[in-house]
Design a protein around this ligand. Structure first.
Ligand code: MG
Length: 374
């Protein structure tokens, strides 16, 4: 690892693990976090969870897993270039979507509605719940016993009332402090990853046309450069040549702007990062172009009638499953039934349903509702 800057989170300035463990022998503490995340059950499930397109719609679309790997790659590049803790950034990035329900945001909205009056459901809080509690892999503790800064980085949003219940890991939301530089890097890497891969997947699916994207300045400028350099380029290669230029331009812009803010505010320690307004970001023109692209994707991809149709089905599946289990908890697998007394039926059902992959949720729906299937 390259030399860390003074503002990076390190093992020395870390608040450590909730349960004290012997130091790892051949790797750092944040590498160990990354490794624990990669070995977790929740991480493997990401392979079969929707990003935008439901898993069975095509083999080449991003899933939550490939999305998370792309986020980690971008986050690592940015972290290394800024002298931040690359291992921590990677760990947060790989874990940031662990709490997603099947069927993406449609699944989360449906589950949140089912959980109204029982504490609600939010994928971000669920990611933390998975690493703190739900993973069953160690004899000595529940969850993965990750480093404090990894857990705090996973918790991207949190309402102040809930933050008070969560204690130290969420204290920054009560005290209005900024997340670590590594967590900020992951937030922006997430945005860079999905905006760009959704352009790619949108075009691949045929739901978005090249002519439409040529109206969007960020895309048009880089497509123009690609066409100028390679006039014979068409189809997939033109798209890929454009998307890779967009990612590069966004990362380059972000590095320059972030370095400028760090220097201007004399940021030297993690405490300085916490006290300052968010430091990791685009310069104003790129931020504007990024917003325009985001709006375009909302209007033309996420709200495309073909995506919305699947969204409707997803809501029904998640809602039906929850309702059936809530009406009779004896329908739950036994290891979940055993937790009902301690956690409350609704939270246990939410954990079970949220943990399902897209296809497992569809199968479970058939098993519960289709006569003649066991
Ligand atoms: Mg994400």
């Amino acid at each position: 690892m390259t030399e860390l800057a003074g503002y990076a989170v390190t093992e020395r300035n870390s608040a450590g693990r909730a349960v004290v463990e012997p130091r790892p022998k051949a790797r750092g503490e944040f590498q160990r976090d990354r490794d624990r995340i990669v070995h977790s059950t929740a991480f493997r499930r990401l392979e079969y969870k929707t990003q935008v397109f439901v898993n069975h719609e095509g083999d080449l679309f991003r899933t939550r897993l490939t999305h998370s790997i792309e986020v980690a790659q971008i986050a690592r590049s940015i972290a290394r270039a800024l002298g931040a803790n690359e291992d921590l950034a990677e760990a947060i990035a790989l874990a940031h979507d662990l709490g997603h329900t099947p069927f993406g945001h449609a699944g989360q909205e449906a589950l949140n509605e089912c959980m109204a009056g029982h504490g609600g459901f939010e994928h971000n809080l669920q990611s933390l719940r998975i690493v703190d509690k739900l993973e069953e892999r160690y004899g000595a503790f529940d969850g993965l016993n990750l480093m404090f800064e990894t857990r705090a980085g996973i918790l991207k949003h949190c309402a102040p009332a809930r933050a008070r219940e969560l204690g130290a890991v969420a204290r920054r939301f009560v005290e209005n402090r900024s997340p670590s530089l590594e967590a900020q890097i992951c937030n922006l890497a997430d945005e860079i990853a999905y905006n760009n891969h959704d352009v790619d997947d949108g075009l691949r699916s045929g739901l978005v046309e090249l002519e439409q994207l040529d109206q969007i300045s960020l895309f048009a400028r880089h497509a123009g450069q690609a066409r100028a350099e390679f006039p014979q380029l068409t189809g997939r290669r033109l798209i890929h040549e454009t998307v890779r230029r967009m990612i590069d331009a966004q990362v380059t812009d972000l590095l320059a702007e972030t370095r400028k803010r760090i220097a201007a505010q004399g940021i030297a320690t993690p405490a300085d990062v916490a006290a300052a307004a968010p430091l990791v970001g685009f310069a104003a023109p790129m931020a504007e172009e990024n917003r325009t692209l985001k709006h375009f994707l909302h209007a033309h991809l996420y709200r495309h009638h073909k995506v919305v149709r699947m969204t409707g089905k997803a809501r029904r599946i998640v809602g039906d499953l929850f309702t059936a289990f809530a009406a009779d908890v004896r329908l739950l697998p036994e290891q979940y039934q055993r937790k009902v007394a301690q956690e409350g039926a609704q939270r246990v059902i939410a954990d079970y349903v949220a943990g399902m992959t897209d296809r497992y949720a569809m199968k479970e729906h058939c098993r519960l509702f289709a006569i003649g299937i066991d």
